[in-house]
Design a protein. Sequence first.
Length: 434
Amino acid sequence: MNQRRIFLNYFFKEMKPYRYALLKFIHNTLDEIPENSDVDILISKLDLRDILRIVEKGKNIERVQFHKKSFATFTCLLFEDGSYLEIDLLHRFDRKGIVYLDAAMVLDDVDVLKSGLKVASHAYTFEYILLFYLLNDAVVPQKYRDYFSSFSTEERSGIFIHMTSSYGVNINILEELYSLHSRHAKKIRVRIENRSVNKGIRLAYYKARYLIDVLKDAISHRGIIITFSGVDGAGKSTIIDEVNEVLKSKFRQRTVILRHRPSLLPILSSWRHGKANAEKKTRERLPRQGTNTSVMSSFFRFMYYYTDYLLGQFYIYFRYTLRGYTVLYDRYYFDFIIDSKRSNIVLSKKFMKWGYHFIFKPELNVFLYADADVIRTRKQELDTRAISELTSDYKKLFNELSSGGNQKNYLMVNNVSKEETFNRVMRECIYFTI
């Protein structure tokens, strides 16, 4: 049993004296919860402080983060063995300042499973899942549809009566409620908006709390930028793809992969070759293969791309960072410093390095390298001397940038074992994202 499962057993044993209801819970025991699933729990706000103490007293926790909002506290737990868990502690059902379900009524109507877990009743489980996805303009996942389809006729009848009496919908079967654009969905939305809790002073109060939550998120829950650099054949693409997948599936992060620069401005050669062909040629171009020798032409090329960095970084900041995305760069500005010739630019490294002062500094910069002979087995187009020189220049640059207490932001990894490299890079990524 990994430390995540050990913690879950401990946590719910400690939760026995408290009123709570597991939400979206379609299992019988804790062991059935998928490794990448979070746990949604409705609690009384009066018990929140005690429950957070229970979380903090758990064993084998490497990092814990509490993200508090007016209606819930989102708890992120990273364990020493690398397992991860999110527990969402809700005390009000709130969607952008609209209260869509009565928390007190849900807590008063729980079912206790044989395992001792307290779950929302079938009727409220169905209602919560339906409203959760409906109000987020999303389709109810098939796993939940299958779950409710497996209910007995009596159980489904109870849900049917609950939904028709609560929302006045004229349906023949529960499945009619799954459609996002049906008259039933519209009627449910109107019924929620017309409740007394969503009118007058109370509506203004909850809307104000929602706006405060949004402002707090913009200030404290921003996304981060992680860059990956290295000689062709060092294994960047493989590690980036794996990090991206794990951040999304295991740590439930929103991610985006960018290549080299913000790309607010198109590649210069796209004016001649078209965007698709220009990007293809750029991907296929190897280090030190640029043919341009003109300093004047290089200066204008550099200023064009540098403008993309200067303006594009604000675009990336507002489009992704402020919205909580993790931005993964496959190459970054460092390529201009170390191998500007690749971009058909022949300017001094000192000048190119000076330009980095005005570029946003990513939270984490990863440089992957390997011995020239190892890289040659992966990409034979590169010669040993070029690999060694580029690797040496990158190391020197990262050492310079990491001076002055920035060691944590500039990570150099000898990528011999893909598994060891991934584990080390992933641990550093989590340090900044969790």
